[in-house]
Design a protein around this ligand. Structure first.
Ligand SMILES: C[S@@+](CC[C@H](N)C(=O)[O-])C[C@H]1O[C@@H](n2cnc3c(N)ncnc32)[C@H](O)[C@@H]1O
Length: 303
């Protein structure tokens, strides 16, 4: 019996304990993309909030299911839940919809065929899959942070960043926008790119063809740190599972300090409203506010 799980549904939905996890945000998990068509008996999905991303996941799940297999999807009402039923019906399948614990839940029994099902699956996979974004001329994918644009915080950091030297880390690298700028300096000898999102990691691997760069699918918070790096660059995340979580960014600040050797420098950009100063002051010897513009602040912090 093949049972797949995507994400972490609240316990009230009884997520199967023995299922294969397929979320791109959980390092080491399997990929829904890699499941053989018609191979799964059941799939439970805690649906992501972005429309293209959500339809992509639903399409992959419908493709992976065998005829008669059960798709069980839920999402918070205000984060896509209210559109879930309509989105599933657009695949041409019948949907049983209920409400529970501020979520909408939709169950579909995968038909052998349905009008337009295969074409709808194909279209959603194409729209939500890896793609070269016009204007960025880089690989990216819906669901990845700022997937089809340059984030203004990243742009502020890139505009002020002097040429880096030696070995460094890009903590929360996304599809590699910042790393591309860092690697323009010929004095950078190594750059480790780290992100929690497999889609970002795959895009970064395609975007950065540079022997000095290594791309890691990992949680930055648990990254091994030997205190031997010359620099860290980061536009830290401040959302975890859709909710603002300042502790995540603060953990990035601490990890940046752990990674650096004495005298090493961290360049960290953040939304103005985020309280990173106390964390920076505690972990570094010198902290300088380099820029404060467009709702973002940029710090240079020396260990
Ligand atoms: C604000 S974005 C910056 C992305 C990229 N550096 C850029 O400038 O476009 C933060 C990144 O951190 C990643 N992230 C979130 N939580 C993480 C964690 N615990 N460990 C590693 N990366 C994480 C997100 O997937 C996202 O790509």
């Amino acid at each position: 019996m093949t049972v797949l799980l995507y994400g972490r549904p609240p316990a009230v939905f009884d997520p199967p304990g023995d299922a294969t996890q397929t979320s791109p945000l959980i390092p080491e998990s399997a990929a829904l993309e890699a499941q053989a068509p018609g191979s799964a008996d059941a799939v439970m999905i805690y649906a992501p909030p972005g429309v293209l991303e959500r339809r992509y996941v639903l399409a992959l799940a419908l493709r992976a299911l065998k005829a008669g297999g059960r798709l069980d999807v839920m999402a918070p009402k205000d984060k896509g839940g209210s559109r879930l039923g309509k989105e599933l019906k657009a695949f041409g399948v019948e949907v049983a919809e209920t409400a529970k614990a501020h979520h909408r839940r939709c169950v579909v029994i995968r038909p052998r065929t349905a009008d337009g099902l295969d074409a709808a699956i194909q279209a959603a996979i194409q729209a939500g899959g890896p793609q070269i974004v016009p204007g960025l001329e880089a690989w990216s994918q819906p669901g990845v942070f700022a997937w089809d644009r340059i984030d203004p915080g990243t742009a502020l950091l890139a505009d002020h960043l002097p040429p880096m030297k030696g070995e460094g880390v890009d903590l929360g690298c996304g599809y590699g926008a910042l790393a591309t700028v860092v690697l323009r300096s010929p004095e950078v000898t190594k750059l480790k790119l780290v992100d929690l999102d497999r889609r970002a990691i795959q895009a970064a691997r395609r975007n950065i063809e540079d022997a000095r760069a290594k791309v890691w699918w990992s949680d930055a918070r648990t990254l091994e740190a030997r205190g031997d790096k010359d620099f860290v660059v980061s536009n830290p995340p401040f959302h975890d599972g859709g909710a603002e979580d300042r502790r995540l960014g603060q953990a990035f600040v601490r990890k940046a300090a752990e990674l650096l050797k004495k005298g090493g420098t961290a360049w960290i950009v953040a939304n103005r409203h985020l309280p990173y100063e106390a964390e920076l002051d505690a972990a570094f010897t010198r902290v300088r506010l380099v820029a404060d513009a467009g709702g973002y602040k940029l710090f240079e912090a020396v260990k």
